[in-house]
Design a protein around this ligand. Structure first.
Ligand code: HEM
Length: 353
């Protein structure tokens, strides 16, 4: 009788309740946009923006999917140092070396900067100087994830570009080294508002891309880091025969060019490349999160999107702050006077990509 009653009248209600609970859960997952940012920022000023970026990046990745990793890392390095203000894109000036020249940024892919500048040119040609280099970097990272097999998601836009870059010391202080253990990483990222769940999810960015031997040689020399699998170690020693070898290797040996949860499976098999990766499985505070992501890719994707949106809003410039650069590697000159449409007159050709 009770069953009949449930089937006849309660189930539709239950379904609606569950649906609304689910909706609330997923809404809660998407962080509210920071003041000044919005999910519809360019709706009237550049409605083609997202399709221009996605189409261009699809072309780029068709010839080299490795560039996706370079773009994802570029956005991370932009946001962690002085906020997502495009400061990592700036060339040095007479006043000193740029943030771009600081040690952690020297291994950013040179082509990533070219790809962003080419996107800027395409977008400004279509919409005039309305879209910032920092927004283009954020969109490129978002599309790098999706076009490598990861989740498709929206990001808040409306960032403005900064007019200064960080010093070498500030850059070093804000980007933890790969030799850091979980305690150091959790402490460092908690100062930016990230939870342990965010930290483990963001580290999943290492499911794509490459690293140089020098980023992990302390785990190979003089002897094997005991938390590293022996066969994995033997193979890495073939790639990096000395502690000054400059070769590269994939970071996720199971699926190096696919954005998936295999990075966490690597960690469970003691095949994480950096101390900062492998220690997430060794440390009891983060081990359970690693395991959950290794067995549930949907959960990883959900938490990764949440953490990326959070990262993409760190100390953003909005409204009348900063500027929209006419060239992503340079601050606009003070006497710059650009009429709408002038960008269209640029006859510079797109560099390769
Ligand atoms: C948590 C602290 C992190 C540390 C210590 C770290 C460290 C590193 C290092 C040392 C490299 C290799 C550099 C080289 O040897 O060439 C690298 C590469 C990479 N990192 Fe991270 N990273 C961290 C977080 C992140 C985050 C949050 C993301 C993005 C969500 C990310 C995405 C990447 C990607 C995609 C690459 C490959 C780049 C390429 O192939 O060009 N990393 N990371």
């Amino acid at each position: 009788m009770a069953m009949t009653f449930l089937r006849a009248s309660c189930l539709p209600t239950l379904f609606l309740i569950l649906l609304s609970c689910n909706m609330r859960a997923s809404e809660a997952q998407t962080p509210a946009p920071a003041p000044g940012l919005s999910y519809t920022f360019y709706r009237t000023t550049c409605p083609q923006l997202e399709s221009i970026v996605r189409t261009q990046l699809q072309t780029v990745f068709n010839s080299d999917i490795g560039q996706a990793a370079g773009l994802l890392r570029l956005h991370f390095h932009d946001c962690f140092v002085q906020g997502c203000d495009g400061s990592v894109l700036l060339d040095g000036s007479a006043s000193g070396p740029s943030e771009k020249d600081a040690p952690p940024n020297l291994s950013l892919r040179a082509q990533a900067f070219v790809i962003i500048e080419n996107l800027r040119r395409l977008v400004h040609n279509a919409c005039n100087r309305t879209v910032s280099c920092s927004d283009l970097t954020a969109l490129a990272a978002r599309d790098a994830v999706f076009l490598s097999g990861g989740p498709n998601y929206s990001i808040p836009l409306g960032r403005r570009d900064g007019t200064t870059f960080a010093t070498r010391n500030a850059t070093l202080a804000n980007l933890p080294p790969p030799t850091a253990n979980t305690t150091t990483i959790l402490n460092s990222l908690s100062t930016k508002g990230f939870t342990p769940t965010d930290v483990v999810a963001l580290s999943g960015g290492h499911t794509i891309g490459i690293a140089h031997c020098t980023s992990f040689t302390p785990r190979l020399f003089p002897t094997r880091d005991p938390t590293m699998d022996q066969t994995f170690f033997n193979n890495l020693r073939l790639t990096c025969p000395t502690n000054v070898t400059d070769n590269t290797t994939f970071m996720d040996i199971r699926s190096p060019n696919v954005f998936d949860n295999r990075y966490y499976v690597d960690l469970m098999n003691r095949q994480g490349l950096f101390t900062s990766d492998q220690d997430l499985y060794t440390d009891s505070r983060t081990r359970g999160i690693v395991t959950n992501y290794a067995i549930n890719q949907t959960l990883f994707f959900r938490d990764f999107v949440n953490a990326m949106i959070k990262m993409g809003q760190l100390s953003v410039l909005t409204g009348t702050q900063g500027q929209i650069r006419t060239n992503c590697s340079r601050v606009n000159s003070n006497n710059l006077f650009i009429l709408p449409g002038m960008e269209n007159n640029e006859d510079e050709k797109l560099a390769s990509y």
